[in-house]
Design a binder for this molecule. Structure first.
Ligand SMILES: [Zn+2]
Length: 337
């Protein structure tokens, strides 16, 4: 019987015997490795040596620059690592969150662990399809870990967004869709494709979209946002940008935010917008439950968002589950060979 130590530290997960961090927030500069699940800023850092997918490496370079030792793994192909006290095999599995987002499937001689990072089971338009795998331990994100967070079908939400844009354009107002530059904006671009709307994107969205295109994703025609020529266009723009502030000042716009938090009643007011659309790149509550069932683990650790609430829901289903909050350490028996 061997034991695996799991430590939670400043939002990241540390497996000291493996010499491995999972989505650490601080810079991992020493000999240890950092697995980077995807290129959203709360999951990346200027680490010395990383394990990640090829799209994540590209997106990370575009976002934070810098040099690092990269172990770029194709999805589904295990790689051995033996730098720590316990050697292990790590396989990237698609997480379905944004382009290149990966779960880490980790095998030691004593057992298996699946770390999800951010994930989504519902198929997206611009990300790979999520591929869960059975494991002894599951460490999962639970951003939307309360039963109230059930997302309507994306097609229905996109239809509402198209209606919103058409109505604004008919009244000579510019529809502005506030969405994050990486992931959500590309889902929107792909999803609005069939509607034939004239699309313009903020330059940060364009930079990210070009990387999607480099990896073979195709989008409808769009142009880069030109403040002097915004009339008659639908603008996709991250919420906290100078361009967004300038547009708000200029007036004659109709604003909406596109986020999973749109399921909250106060969302419109929080974002100071006229409409909020619940298109999310995260799992909703029932998909979080579905993930637990598909992985069928002996123990679940929950992380981010409503982690404690979700751990309780999982216990009620008969699984051993616990929220990770900091600072915490668990020593878990792995069934030895
Ligand atoms: Zn993310």
């Amino acid at each position: 019987m061997s034991a695996l130590t799991i430590q939670f530290h400043r939002g990241g997960v540390h497996l000291p015997q493996l010499g491995l961090w999972l989505d650490p927030h601080h810079r991992v500069a020493g000999p240890e490795l950092a697995f980077v699940s995807h290129a959203h800023s709360d999951h990346t850092g200027a680490h010395r040596e990383v394990i990640l997918s090829a799209p994540t490496a590209h997106l990370m370079m575009a976002r934070i620059g810098g040099q690092r030792v990269e172990n770029i793994l194709p999805f589904g192909e295990p790689r051995e690592f033996a730098g720590g006290k316990i050697p292990f095999r790590l396989t990237l599995l698609p997480a379905g969150h944004i382009l290149g987002s990966a779960m880490a499937f980790i095998e030691t001689g004593g057992g298996t662990l699946l770390y999800t990072g951010d994930f989504k089971l519902r198929p997206g338009l611009a990300a790979e399809i999520c591929e869960p795998r059975r494991a002894d331990l599951l460490i999962m994100e639970t951003t939307f870990g309360r039963p109230a967070y059930e997302f309507p079908p994306a097609e229905a939400v996109l239809r509402e967004i198209v209606k919103f844009c058409r109505s604004a354009l008919e009244q000579d107002e510019t529809p502005v869709l506030f969405s994050y530059s990486l992931g959500k904006s590309q889902e929107l671009l792909a999803g609005l494709g069939d509607a034939g709307l004239p699309l313009a994107v903020h330059e940060s969205v364009e930079t990210m979209t070009k990387i999607y295109e480099y990896f073979g994703r195709r989008f409808p025609k769009y142009e880069r946002h030109d403040p002097a020529a915004v009339r008659g266009k639908v603008l996709i723009c991250p919420p906290n940008t100078n361009a967004a502030a300038a547009l708000r000042k200029q007036g004659n716009i109709r604003t909406a935010v596109v986020t999973g938090w749109a399921l909250d009643r106060g969302c419109r007011f929080r974002y100071q917008v006229e409409a909020a659309f619940p298109l999310s790149d995260h799992a909703g509550f029932s998909d979080l439950i579905e993930m637990v069932k598909r992985v069928a683990p002996r123990k679940v650790f929950t992380l981010h968002g409503f982690a404690a609430d979700f751990a309780q829901s999982v216990r009620e289903l008969g699984f051993d589950a616990q929220a990770l909050s900091e600072p915490e350490q668990f020593v878990l028996p792995f069934a030895g060979k």
